[in-house]
Design a protein around this ligand. Sequence first.
Ligand code: 13P
Length: 260
Amino acid sequence: MKRPLIAGNWKMFKTTGEATNLVQTIKAGVYKINDCDMVICPPFTALAAVSKILTETPIELGAQNMHPETEGAFTGEISPAMLKDVGCRYVILGHSERRQYFFETDAFVNEKIKTALKYSLIPIVCIGETLEEREDKRQFEVVKNQFDHSFKDLSKEEIVKLVIAYEPVWAIGTGKTATPDQAEQMHSYIRRLLKEKYSEDAANRIAILYGGSVKPDNIASLVKKPNIDGALVGGASLKAESFVQIVSQAVAEVEAGASS
Ligand code: 13P
């Protein structure tokens, strides 16, 4: 039975006080759930406060970004050691908002992945096409290009430590979810790329999450698909009720699938 992974990306939302309230409610809401991996990625300023609340819970802490250098004169940036220091286990890398608004390239994302792995942080690496690219029917070519360059020179031992998130840019924050079939088609394509470059075993060990307008009412139809291992949730992770519902729906769907 697959074990879903649900990660909440809070983006640039929540002051420390708001983050503390939210994570306390989430913690209370999921305390009986054992069959799901959960990650919460608050903004940098709230990491320390959230980390304290998550101690001795199964919920892991993640950051939303990281600089590839271990330290140095990079005003405004955060190093992997700083993330480890505050209790992070995961880090989101190459989110489309970073690529789009801060001009992050695949080569830069590749450097970040390598540093994150050196620090035993689990990178959640985002890839996905824009609306224009999908309308031009170039989505597979675009994702392959991101795959080849973001994962350049990663060994099999390294790649299996990653989580990949397929986030079609046109589905982020728009209320337009990719249909489960559209998402599954891309997830199975990514799985095939992993098989071809590494091995079947490596491909099967890597969690591929879907991200883009995931809500309590669409998570089940997504995780039902064989190649969708969970979700990277934006807007719906900002309310405890919807995040907890997404987690419980994902678990219920996986359990129902396993017993049918
Ligand atoms: P939404 O769930 O708000 O569409 O955001 C998805 C996302 O970007 C998660 O990283």
